[in-house]
Design a protein around this ligand. Structure first.
Ligand code: NDP
Ligand code: GDP
Length: 341
């Protein structure tokens, strides 16, 4: 019999990569999605897997819906990737974010405990829980200090996961994943915002500068496709645990812009400082980057850099796409799309 997996957040970046990976392993995949005003299956179509997934209605805030799904299907594995995942929005919608990203996880774990205790559970935890970092690099034992409603909600979910593991023996794993990107990344996230902009610039679809927030922030960026395999590996291991997944490298937003700009043939010269900074194309003297206070956050996570040693030893974690390859993969995909549209 094929193993069964439920993936919440199937329409998101990681949902598509994970579903593709599990389908290749002959899983029966149930994709949980919420009905919206627009078609959100674009990523699954691009992966070419939409028809292979059984789609089911799902809403993180709807306990009755979650109970029914888990009681009826009793999946072997449940990957909870659904979340209000954009940090900036979590200040605009803190109550919803805490309910969805925090309470939503309690609902799922309660349903598993009650109706399907054998279901193995993966929680999409985040390096945002380290926030104002207490140690460099961050590991599974680094104290948490979240800096946004998103980080706070995810921390609640993380501890709930640990607690259901310890209290009720639920096979609940928490993957503390550092930023991971891909051509399927949401366009509101900074990497994709930058690559879609440069793609428009080189295909003459825009002549306006790109407005961004703080360019000095540093992130540990990897390729999403590498991370989903480890979600699965966590659930195949003998016992449930918590793991950091990261590359162990960190780069600033400015560095990412320069790298993508370089691939597109731009050498950027920086003028001014912080909220009044511009990035100018050396060849033409044209301003292509501009900072705008609007994109600064009320509290920042200045630097993230993870140490994935435990995942390396226990799960065999390895990065197959380097930082520079990731930049190239993302910009090339966006240029292709820009040319097609
Ligand atoms: P995305 O933003 O691409 O996807 C989020 C998914 O959650 C979407 O499918 C969205 O559906 C769904 N969703 C949002 N709210 C609800 C809700 N109330 N009920 C049901 N579904 C909902 O995120 P990623 O794929 O990038 O990330 C996957 C998970 O990993 C998220 O939980 C994220 O917080 C976490 N994470 C991500 C990291 C990253 O760098 N990508 C790093 C660490 C953790 P819809 O399409 O309808 O909006
Ligand atoms: P996050 O790490 O989950 O918050 O992922 P993001 O890609 O949204 O943001 C990464 C970092 O880029 C954050 O520290 C942001 O403050 C910074 N940043 C700077 N300018 C922008 C911008 O215009 N948009 C976004 N999304 N982030 C920006």
């Amino acid at each position: 019999m094929n193993k069964t997996a439920m993936i919440s957040g199937i329409t998101g970046q990681d949902g598509g990569y994970l579903a593709k990976f599990l389908l290749e392993k002959n899983y029966k995949v149930y994709g949980l999605y919420r009905r919206g005003a627009t078609d959100t299956f674009g990523k699954l179509k691009e992966h070419g897997i939409l028809e292979k997934i059984e789609l089911l209605d799902f809403e993180l805030l709807e306990f009755s819906n979650i109970c029914r799904l888990i009681r009826h299907y009793q999946p072997d594995e449940f990957y909870n990737l659904a979340a209000q995942s954009f940090v900036a929005t979590s200040w605009a919608e803190p109550i919803y974010t805490v309910q969805a990203d925090g309470m939503g996880v309690v609902y799922i774990l309660e349903a598993i405990r009650e109706f399907s205790p054998k279901t193995k559970f993966y929680q999409a935890s985040t390096s945002e829980m380290f926030g104002k970092v207490q140690e460099i690099p961050q590991t599974e034992t680094t104290p948490f200090y979240p800096r946004s409603p998103y980080g706070v909600a995810k921390l609640m979910a993380h501890w709930t996961c640990v607690n259901y593991r310890e209290s009720f023996g639920v096979f609940a794993c928490s993957g503390i994943l550092f930023n991971h990107e891909s051509p399927m990344r949401g366009k509101e996230f900074v990497t994709r915002k930058i690559t879609t902009y440069f793609a428009d610039l080189v295909t003459n679809k825009t002549d306006m500068p790109l407005e961004l927030g703080n360019l000095n922030i540093k992130r540990d960026w990897g390729f999403a496709g590498d991370y989903v395999e480890m979600m699965w590996k966590m659930l195949q291991y003998d016992s449930p645990d918590t793991y950091v997944l990261a590359t162990g490298e960190t780069h600033s937003i400015r560095d990412f812009i320069e790298e993508v700009g370089h691939i597109c043939g731009y050498e950027i010269e920086w003028h001014g400082k912080e909220e009044c900074e511009t990035g100018v194309d050396k060849k033409t003297g044209k301003t292509i980057i501009k900072t705008n206070k609007k994109f600064y956050r009320p509290a920042e996570v200045d630097i993230l850099i993870g140490n994935p040693e435990k995942a390396r030893k226990v799960l065999g974690w390895r990065q197959t796409v380097s930082y520079k390859e990731l930049c190239r993969m993302m910009i090339e995909a966006d240029i292709d799309r820009a040319k097609k549209n």
